[in-house]
Ligand binder design. Structure first.
Ligand SMILES: Cc1cc2nc3c(=O)[nH]c(=O)nc-3n(C[C@H](O)[C@H](O)[C@H](O)COP(=O)(O)OP(=O)(O)OC[C@H]3O[C@@H](n4cnc5c(N)ncnc54)[C@H](O)[C@@H]3O)c2cc1C
Length: 395
């Protein structure tokens, strides 16, 4: 806990610092995307303001505000963390650094890594040195992740890895990948798995795009053929990857839920865009106004819930609430998309050609966000977790 005088002093000092150090080019409030926000990839060049912003924020520990100072953080507690976020949003500052390094594997190493592993990996992640991919899913292992068959065999002081991962988002631009691999093939399926960090800059790691109907390929198949990883880079203990890997999934889900406090979140204040977008259609449309009002109330309740969970959760320690808030976030977002498309009518199902840019964006967003109830564990998987772990219902 930080007393109210110290909180006020922190806010004052922070305002001055931001006024002096936040470059104009990153004050557009852009929501984090690969195009707008650094996530550490050495393969994606940054414009000069984004680079400067990343360096200055990293120097203050503000890229990972709740991490301890010795690992590159600012050691902010749950009273100070929200102040940083409010002040970043107040000036429309972009998020300085995001991605699987800061939000998924970083907090997992912080919680489960050895002192050597923390010293080796965390300061670099905090400075945005290296983009990370996630190698969990396989052709035969999605929801039933423990069926994975990628193998890692110990050979002296390193593992030799062979197997295939699918749906590895952004792998073509990544420098590292954390994988779940079978390190004891004779153990029962939930045992004998390890969480291993792998350098992608080696011939044994091959990435090929999975092309989507849209022509884009954010996904990849990542194949390991005698790839090498030091045995010292197993996180959470050898053959303990099921426990460590599930913990990482909680960090992923808390990110999807908007309640991960590892990284700092900038962007605009998260007001719903829908009222502005639907305003031209509202007159003489009572049913639409009612639907929009109901949606806005659900949206506002979701934002308050996120805020409450952040305030109630010790820094960096998401729990099973992550599954519930991830699911409600996805469902509310998708409901907003449906409402927008229904309102736009045929203008909302354009793919190219004679449509307004905002209409084309609406169509693509609607289709893309269908994946929100699949990525990071499907809706049914989240409901199973909520039933068993939150509500205590029998298996
Ligand atoms: C946008 C996006 C990004 C992704 N990025 C990555 C990534 O970077 N790295 C990575 O490793 N993976 C990634 N994935 C893969 C994702 O984790 C899997 O798609 C997801 O876990 C589901 O697995 P699956 O596709 O094999 O479906 P399946 O597991 O085959 O599921 C098919 C259907 O059966 C249902 N089902 C399965 N089991 C149960 C059950 N026990 N009870 C009730 N219903 C069940 C599911 O809910 C689903 O509706 C990504 C997926 C998406 C959509």
């Amino acid at each position: 806990m930080t007393d109210s005088n110290a909180v006020a002093e922190f806010r004052r000092e922070l305002r001055d610092w931001l006024a002096e150090n936040c470059p104009p080019g990153v004050r557009d409030g852009a929501e984090p995307t690969v195009e707008t926000t650094p996530w550490g990839s050495s393969k994606i060049p940054l414009d000069s303001d984004s680079r400067l912003w990343l360096e200055r924020m990293a120097q203050r520990g503000f890229t990972v505000p709740t991490w301890p100072v010795k690992y590159g953080g600012a050691g902010l507690d749950r009273d100070l963390y929200p102040v940083l976020i409010e002040e970043l949003k107040r000036i429309n500052a972009r998020t300085p650094l995001t991605g699987r390094g800061v939000n998924y594997i970083g907090p997992t190493i912080l919680e489960l890594g050895t002192d050597e592993q923390k010293a080796k990996w965390l300061p670099g992640i905090a400075r945005g040195e290296g983009g990370w991919a996630m190698g969990y899913s396989e052709p035969g292992a999605g929801s039933d992740l423990a069926s994975l068959s990628c193998r890692a065999e110990l050979n002296g002081d390193h593992y030799v890895i062979n197997g295939r991962k699918v749906w590895t988002s952004d792998a073509m631009d990544c420098d590292y990948i954390f994988i779940l691999a079978r390190t004891d093939p004779d153990a029962p399926k939930h045992k004998g798995i390890s969480l291993i960090l792998v350098d992608m800059h080696q011939p044994g790691v091959q990435v090929s795009p999975i092309r989507l109907l849209s022509g884009a390929s954010p996904f990849n198949e990542t194949v390991f053929e005698n790839a090498i990883a030091p045995a010292a880079d197993v996180i959470g203990g050898i053959n303990n990857g099921w426990t460590a890997g599930k913990r990482l999934l909680q960090f992923e889900r808390s990110t999807h839920a908007g309640i991960n406090t590892s990284g700092s979140q900038g962007g605009r204040t998260q007001d719903s865009e829908l009222p502005r977008q639907l305003a031209p259609y509202l007159s003489n449309q009572p049913a639409l106004r009612r639907a929009l009002t109901a949606h806005e109330m659900a949206f506002a309740a979701q934002r308050l819930t996120q805020k409450r969970v952040i305030e109630e959760t010790a820094a960096n320690a998401p729990g099973f609430a992550s599954s519930a808030v991830k699911l409600s976030n996805a469902l509310i977002t998708q409901a907003g998309d449906e409402l927008r498309i229904a309102t736009l009518g045929t203008n909302g199902i354009g793919w190219s050609g004679d449509f307004q840019p905002e209409e084309l964006t609406a169509t693509r967003t609607w289709l893309k966000q269908k994946s929100l109830t699949i990525a990071g564990g499907t809706m049914e998987v989240q409901k199973n977790i909520i039933a068993k772990r939150v509500l205590g219902l029998p298996d």
